[in-house]
Design a binder for this molecule. Sequence first.
Ligand SMILES: [Fe+2]
Length: 237
Amino acid sequence: MAGQDKEEPMTSHKKPQFDPQRRVVVGSVLAATSQLVFPISSFANPTRPTSIGRETMDIERFVEDCVSANLETDAQAAVKEVLAKAVSTPDAVIAALGAPTKAGLNVLLRSPTLTIFAATWTPQMNLMPHDHLMWANIGIYTGREDNIFWKRLSTGIEAYGAAALFSKDAASLPEDALHSVTNPLLRFTGGIHIYGGDFFGTTRSQWNPETLEEEPSDGDVIRGIFQRENERLGLDT
Ligand SMILES: [Fe+2]
């Protein structure tokens, strides 16, 4: 870990929130105080239009619902509600998006205020610590994404918590969240990732997974990581 500094992290009062449909594992003292885990509230508004068909998710409708939700006062919570409902029927999502067969970022929407893509992870794929500089919602439709959460210290970054996200789980990360992601499974994982801004057009940071040295990052850098993962496994077509 980077540094043993006990200084308060340079983060806001907001903490990542999770709607565990099945189970969530949270590390650190924060778990003991349940600051990271909140009860499910994603279905509180039964009038919100659903993007779910009986067997196949309507991608166009889903994107429209997210765009509409993003206009609400608490845009992140409203969009998360749409996302949680979508991944509550993961078979319908897979029917629409296909089962993942390689690392990828399948972009469903890119705008200045909202980015939606399906992120697919190869077996045991890892992504180093990184920030987003905008809120993020993550919904898993197949497999599992393990998140380690990091905080900024004056000396660098330090891990402080974790969450295992399974199919049907939805999670929210605040604007100042830093996380690294692992697919711990021997099969592919797929999740819908939604960001409150232009994910691909925003310059931000990532941290070397071994030295934790901060490096510049953006959408092209992340795309390159996914592309090299496919090349490494001979999955590129
Ligand atoms: Fe991320």
